[in-house]
Design a protein around this ligand. Structure first.
Ligand SMILES: [Mg+2]
Ligand SMILES: [Zn+2]
Length: 156
């Protein structure tokens, strides 16, 4: 049975969290992520239009041992608390291209798993991302709307 909940899927690096040129998440002196401009205000405005909201993020630095899953999870959980808990759940792909997994964007695995788990109407849902892989993954999952991060959050 197809789901009925309208979801807002959001990418992490370069969309919610500031990243360095090498795609590593920028952190402050306390080790917490630095959120992109306008994230708090735009999410507060847009989140009520959706039933559920998820972060879907490729984290290949886990596969290379540069960061642990627990630390990525801690950073995302910190952002969730900081923003007033807009996120229903999140999925992190800990693989690289060489692993051939089904979750690493542009594959749709993270979207499809969340959709099954929460009863999401994918066609009625939206994905916000900053790179082509995000757009392709959302399309492959059947997500009806894709919005570039710079348009959604009104930042560069
Ligand atoms: Mg990104
Ligand atoms: Zn994966």
């Amino acid at each position: 049975m197809p789901g009925t909940k309208r979801a807002l899927f959001i990418d992490w690096g370069g969309t919610l969290a500031l990243t360095q040129d090498n795609n590593q998440t920028d952190v402050d002196a306390a080790g917490n992520p630095i959120l992109m401009p306008n994230v708090a205000t735009v999410l507060a405005r847009e989140r009520p239009r959706f039933d559920v909201c998820f972060i879907v993020s490729n984290q290949p630095r886990v596969a290379t041992g540069e960061i642990s899953v627990a630390e990525v999870d801690r950073r995302v959980a910190w952002a969730n608390e900081r923003l007033g808990r807009p996120f229903t759940d999140w999925r992190l792909c800990p693989h690289t291209d060489e692993d051939g997994c089904d979750c690493r964007k542009p594959k749709p695995g993270m979207f499809l798993e969340l959709a099954r788990l929460y009863g999401v109407d994918l066609a009625g849902s939206t994905h916000v991302g900053d790179v082509e892989k995000d757009r392709v993954a959302a399309a492959a999952a059947g997500v009806g709307t894709f919005v570039w991060a710079r348009d959604f959050f009104g930042s560069a």
